[in-house]
Design a binder for this molecule. Sequence first.
Ligand SMILES: NC(=O)c1ccc[n+]([C@@H]2O[C@H](COP(=O)([O-])OP(=O)(O)OC[C@H]3O[C@@H](n4cnc5c(N)ncnc54)[C@H](O)[C@@H]3O)[C@@H](O)[C@H]2O)c1
Length: 280
Amino acid sequence: MMRLENKVAVITGGSGGIGSAAVRLFVENGANVLAVDRDEDRLQEAIAGLNPEKAAYCCADVSQEADVDAYMRAAVERFGGVDIALLNAGVLGELLPITEYPVEMFDAVTSVNLRGAWLGLRAAFGHMKGRGGGSIVMTSSVQGLSAIQYTTAYTASKHAVVGMMRGAALEGAQFKIRVNTVHPGLTNTQMMGGLHEQLASEAETEQTAQGIMDDWAQTVPMRRYASPVELARLMLFLASDDASYCTGQTYVADGGLLTSWTPTVTEDGMQGHNSSGPRV
Ligand SMILES: NC(=O)c1ccc[n+]([C@@H]2O[C@H](COP(=O)([O-])OP(=O)(O)OC[C@H]3O[C@@H](n4cnc5c(N)ncnc54)[C@H](O)[C@@H]3O)[C@@H](O)[C@H]2O)c1
């Protein structure tokens, strides 16, 4: 028996790195999946090759109330209801000191990561209450439990997701709605690629984006970035009935990063200080 047989899942950020890995894995495990994201071409790519009976997409901006209601409705119309909501869309913003951080960027980051997550949570709750339960998985970050310099809006929004999850888990228990957060560490997606590019272009040295990634990987006890599917597997567990007694909790997949991470972002990039082993 496949782990998500007969379940309907909505996955936001569904054409991104982690989201598209989850779309694929959830379909492979028997779910009907609606992938939600902003760009139609990328959504088509995300579901390419999957059984068209089981994978569909919807273009939406998760920060807009009408779009959120529309994507949930689309899942109900297409597949008959919503059992799983993976609220995963997110944006990082630039790395900037707090005094240089534009308020417009703060609003842009929090409108997706915080408002978008809350709108999705609210809409999923409405559908799941009527259906007798469900599982909501919200993508936070290691920065939802810790922080690095120069990312105040992102860090605040990812901490806020944890608070939202805890409140919703308490409220959802009586309706058999489970709510949990997943906290990725450094994961090899376009989000991190964009950040490496930004830092490489600003660096005074000749450092390349790949060089920055290689250096940062050495700050992780496992000495590597996660591949998106390694996060998707944790999300699959939380979405499935295997996690039937799990609610209100934070689940980290970070290669050991948070066990000893005291990262500092300097003009030369991120310096990790891990005590878990010698630097290579
Ligand atoms: N990559 C990492 O190292 C890392 C680490 C910690 C947490 N995360 C979190 O994981 C989640 C997935 O990120 P990813 O690494 O796959 O990055 P990604 O950039 O590949 O995917 C993010 C997706 O969210 C979508 N999105 C952004 N704003 C949206 C909006 N307003 N409406 C609809 N969709 C929108 C983007 O189009 C993109 O497809 C994010 O919440 C991110 O904050 C990532």
